[in-house]
Design a protein around this ligand. Structure first.
Ligand SMILES: *Cc1c(COP(=O)(O)O)cnc(C)c1O
Length: 484
């Protein structure tokens, strides 16, 4: 191809390719359309149902939807409303009291927007020193909140599941556990350990170890005496106790394990102690939380989800490791094409302590809200949720429901006990169905030791007295046939 011919061809391709580079006018148009669409949602969120049980059976999300020609943004947003926003859980609603609600503080969306517009490379110090320093500052703040001092490290991952995985693989390397050791290696957890931890153990191959499920007490907290006895018996049998996993707020009930005692058992026997605080972690901002989570600072590793108890949008999980050296060691890598970046490794980069290389600049969506609003509203919101949970716990009992143990944090278990107790599980299942079909409020359920419980998890930053009262009124207005 001649030079001029080739240039003409490139120019022709460029004309089409440049459609990806918006001109200022169309960029502003798209911004305005998107903003007014999302503002309409935010302006009316209080009136929207928390759950819509319809739309699950419909046809699959249409295939073959990507055509050569683009479409109008307005019609795409309408499509989004119909195909995505209409069905299932409205996770941004303050009336979402199911599972562990997140919320999604709005200013985080602006952080996301800026992160995507600038598209700074946040994985390596060399690429964007400021982004890495920002992430490290967020990790230091969270670590100090947990009571860590000294030379700890961490990573801002996409959620608690990945954060727990990083902790578990770090523990494996730190304790020198090799494949051939698995048969005699013991991991201790509770019946209430989150299933993602079990999944992580499996991903890491560690499910081939001996897993000891330690019994819980009447408040669903791991029993330290049973743990101690099990470790002693395993040592006597020549096994190798490796890892103890504690909960700082279980998903089922919000229970906090006896962390200080567990840490002591771990330390005395050279066992790695990991604490999963994905739900409960940021309650350390409150005095109540600090009292309940005493001992958490003794853990070798901790997981905390900003997308749960810091009310930020989904996609934020933090892992902290007490020894930066161990965390670095577990993720050691070398690559010839990284030689330019490695010269600048005076500051620990996210890519050096996690499986990710290229990463979302997710620090922005946490940093911006914390800086913009200050910490005080977050702390107040957490104290408010704790008080709302206590309020709900008393009021729901007054309505004639049986309650689970007094909540450690902001999850309340309750159920209705019918005159024929053998029908309790079925009655409460039907109640849940009624509540979910009504849809104004969303709650979920759990089964512990064969007992079916309804759960109210109060953690959205949009959940206040009004929403909790609305739920209590809903429960008071349950059809008579349930209350037999
Ligand atoms: C939610 C949760 C997890 C899992 O975290 P994701 O962010 O959903 O991946 C782990 N542990 C506990 C206690 C949780 O509540």
């Amino acid at each position: 191809m001649s030079n001029s011919h080739q240039r003409a061809k490139i120019a022709q391709l460029e004309q089409k390719a440049r459609e990806l580079q918006l001109n200022p006018t169309s960029r502003r148009e798209l911004q305005e359309t998107t903003l007014s669409f999302s503002n309409e949602f935010l302006d009316t969120i209080e009136t929207l149902p928390a759950f819509n049980h319809e739309g699950f059976e419909e046809e699959a999300f249409p295939d073959g939807i990507f055509t050569e020609e683009g479409e109008e943004l307005k019609s795409l947003l309408t499509y989004l409303d119909e195909k995505v926003h209409k069905s299932g859980i409205n996770a941004a609603s303050g009336k979402h009291l199911g599972f562990i609600p997140g919320g999604g503080v709005f200013s985080a969306a602006l952080g996301d927007y800026l992160a995507a517009v600038y598209n700074r490379y946040a994985g390596m110090f060399f690429a964007t020193p400021g982004a890495v320093k920002m992430e490290n500052a967020l990790l230091r703040w969270t670590g100090r909140l947990m009571g860590y001092t000294g030379d700890f490290a961490g990573n801002l991952a996409s959620g608690g599941s990945i954060a727990n995985l990083i902790a578990i693989t770090t523990a494996r390397t730190a304790k020198g556990i090799k494949g051939r050791d698995y048969e005699s290696t013991v991991i201790y957890l509770s019946h209430q350990t989150h299933h993602c931890v079990l999944k992580d153990l499996r991903v890491a191959g560690l499910d081939e170890c001996i897993l000891r499920v330690i019994p819980f007490d009447e408040r669903y907290r791991l029993r330290a005496d049973a743990l101690r006895a099990q470790v002693e018996s395993d040592l006597k049998d020549g096994l190798r106790p490796f890892l103890i996993i504690g909960n700082a707020g279980t998903t089922d009930t919000g229970a906090i394990d006896p962390l200080a005692e567990m840490a002591e058992i771990a330390k005395a026997n050279d066992i790695w102690f990991h604490v999963d605080g994905a739900y409960g972690g940021y309650f350390m901002l409150t005095e109540h939380g600090r009292k309940k989570m005493k001992g958490v600072q003794e853990a070798d590793s901790i997981v905390v989800d900003p997308h749960k108890s810091l009310f930020l949008p989904f996609g934020l999980g933090i892992v902290l490791v007490k020894s930066a050296k161990e965390m670095l060691h577990a993720h050691d890598f070398q690559a010839n094409y990284m030689q330019d970046a490695e010269k600048f490794n005076q500051v620990l980069s996210p890519a050096e302590v996690s499986p990710e290389l290229t990463k979302h600049f997710r620090g922005m969506r946490m940093w911006l809200p914390l800086k913009l609003h200050g910490v005080a509203p977050f702390r107040a919101a957490l104290d408010e949720k704790l008080e709302l949970a206590r309020y709900f716990y008393s009021r729901v009992a007054e309505l004639g429901f049986e309650t689970g143990p007094e909540p450690d944090l902001s999850v309340v278990l309750f159920r209705y006990l019918p005159s024929r107790p053998e029908e309790a599980n079925q009655t409460n299942e039907l109640m849940l169905k009624w509540i979910q079909e009504d849809g104004e409020i969303f709650i979920s359920s759990t089964t512990i030791d064969g007992v079916y419980w309804l759960r109210a998890a109060i953690l959205s930053f949009r959940t206040h007295l009004e929403e909790v009262d609305c739920f209590l009124e809903k429960l008071a207005s349950l059809p008579d046939h349930f209350m037999s």
